[in-house]
Each structure stands twice: as C-alpha cells, then as structure tokens.
Design a protein around this ligand. Sequence first.
Ligand code: NI
Length: 163
Amino acid sequence: MAVLSICVLPDPVLRQRAKKVTTTDSSIQRLIDDMIDTMRAVSGVGLAAPQVGVPLRVAVIEIPGEEVVTLINPEIIKRQGERLVEEACLSVPGYQGEVKRSIWVKVKAQDRREKNIRLKGEELLAQALEHEIDHLNGILYIDHVESPDKLWKLLPEASQKGL
Ligand code: NI
C-alpha cells in the first residue's frame, strides 16, 4: 500500500472522461488500497482515481465515523432536492467555493468484489457522491460555481475537507 501524489489543476487527467473498469484484477485492488491510504493521508472525505492520475471509473469515500465505501463504475440514478454547500477539492488546493448539491442521491455501482450495489446518501455523503462521480466525467466543483465571487482563496492555515 502506498500514498500516491494527487494531481492538481491544470493536469489534463482531471478533465478526461474516465474509462469503465471491466475487471477488478490485482492492479485495481492495489489502486483501491492506495487510494484509501492517500485519502486518509490528506484527511480527505473522498477521492476519485483521476485525482491520482488514473483515468478509470473508481472512487472511494470515507465519511468521518463511517465505513469506507469503494465505488466502481458508479452512476447516479436518482437525485432529490437542492442545497447550497461550501466545497473544496484536493485537486484545486487553496480554494473553496459555494455550489448547489442535491440533498439526497441514489447511486448504483459495483463494489471491489464486482458485486452490484445501490447506495443512498444524503447531506455530506450525497455531496461526496456527486463530487466524486463528477471527477469521473472530468467535471470539477469549480464548474458549478455560479459566479467568481462564490469562489474564494483559503488562508494557508485554514483547514478544508477535501473531496
Ligand atoms: Ni475533488
């Protein structure tokens, strides 16, 4: 297991549409383990494979106090409601912005054993699911910021929950 380096803007891997995973072989298992290590090393809440330079549809999410979730080929199949949230991204260091996110989402995906799963999330989990699945489509939260004054620089000492 290893802590990987995180790609930041303007790395083009962040703007690619990631490819579907067809088999969860040992290289994918290692990628997942390394992504979990990397997310924890930076106290992140979620991480998508393109953020570590791998354009594949894999994401991990760990809401504080809850079990880590691994998502392979995830898709949002239902979303409900809308709320304004403050958001930051490990690949856009030093910034935070205000975006609209769903209150509740339902996702289908495979887990790391290729089992089909459905996952419902609200609040921070819904936000993380939308944020990480966006990453797999080359979309960053800054694309959802409605105006430049809704994106601001963080003070160097400010902490942020990166996604
Ligand atoms: Ni992010």
